[in-house]
Design a protein. Structure first.
Length: 276
């Protein structure tokens, strides 16, 4: 009995170390913030004639970026990049491939770009709640009208966009390489059923179900079949769960970060379809 108890204690200790690291270091495993280099935002302003959207949250000073057709836009798109990107990484691509009729609000997470603080699902929601109404006022709109709002997100940014969809009742958008949930991703990364330990909880399954329950909508998902970070099976699950609103486009050979560069025409077509 003593040997059995010792063995159990050793096993708990061996398993407890990595599990403790996962619980204690989740933010460092999920978020990879970086600031803008010298002159980046000034260059963006000069080239796009865009307008910075500045606001303050519980995390301190925040800055998002509004570009595109700012005089009479058809839609306002909320754009969120992945965990290792900043908002302006998408600026040039949108100039080249995004529908010219629309305006684009490029949102950084707290701690990214010119934003202070630290990211989390609740803090990202707080930033979106502040940035979107300010952007619509800058465009001369009375309030954020869901009819003229769209979302466009990649990877972790897809989950942030689904938060925006929930907050502002947005029914149309484009997602690139989304996961089902961070709880499922924990299982994918570790091979262990440790989703219950995840504190940074993003759940695209729940957000898409909410979108479907609100009424008609369309979410176009593009996912590389060879995605080495988020398996394409996750997008298949989302499409299967919400057949009425999700259109899945699987791209053979595409990896996690190649769709925007190697399949830009397909991605641009998806934006035009969702923008109508």
């Amino acid at each position: 009995m003593k040997r059995l108890i010792r063995f159990a204690l050793v096993l708990i200790f061996i398993l407890g170390i990595p599990l403790g690291l996962i619980v204690g270091c989740q933010s460092r495993l999920i978020y990879f913030p970086r600031p803008y280099g010298p002159g980046v935002t000034a260059k963006w302003s000069a080239e796009t004639h865009g307008k910075p959207i500045e606001f303050t949250t519980s995390q301190g000073k925040q800055r998002a970026f509004l570009q595109g057709n700012l005089k009479s836009p058809r839609n306002l798109w909320i754009v969120c990049g992945g965990n290792g990107t900043v908002a302006l990484d998408w600026s040039d691509w949108l100039v080249d491939h995004g529908p010219r009729e629309d305006a684009w609000l490029l949102v950084d997470f707290p701690g990214y770009g010119d934003c202070e603080g630290y990211p989390s699902p609740a803090r990202i929601r707080e930033s979106l709640d502040a940035a979107v109404p300010l952007a619509t006022k800058t465009l001369g709109w009375a309030d954020p009208n869901p009819t003229h709002l769209r979302f466009f997100g990649h990877s972790l940014g897809a989950a942030a966009c689904m938060i925006a969809a929930s907050e502002f009742k947005i029914q149309r958008g484009v997602l690139v390489a989304p996961f089902t949930s961070t709880m499922d991703m924990a299982h994918v990364v570790t091979g262990l059923p440790i989703g219950f330990l995840v504190t940074q909880r993003f759940n695209n399954e729940t957000r898409l179900a909410e979108l479907a329950a609100r009424g008609p909508g369309e979410v176009i998902i593009l996912h590389g079949v060879n995605d080495e970070v988020i398996p394409v099976t996750m997008s298949r699950t989302l499409a299967t769960q919400q057949k009425d609103i999700v259109r899945l486009i699987e791209i053979p050979g595409a990896r996690h970060n190649t769709i925007q560069s190697q399949n830009s025409a397909q991605l641009g077509d998806a934006l035009r379809d969702a923008g109508r």
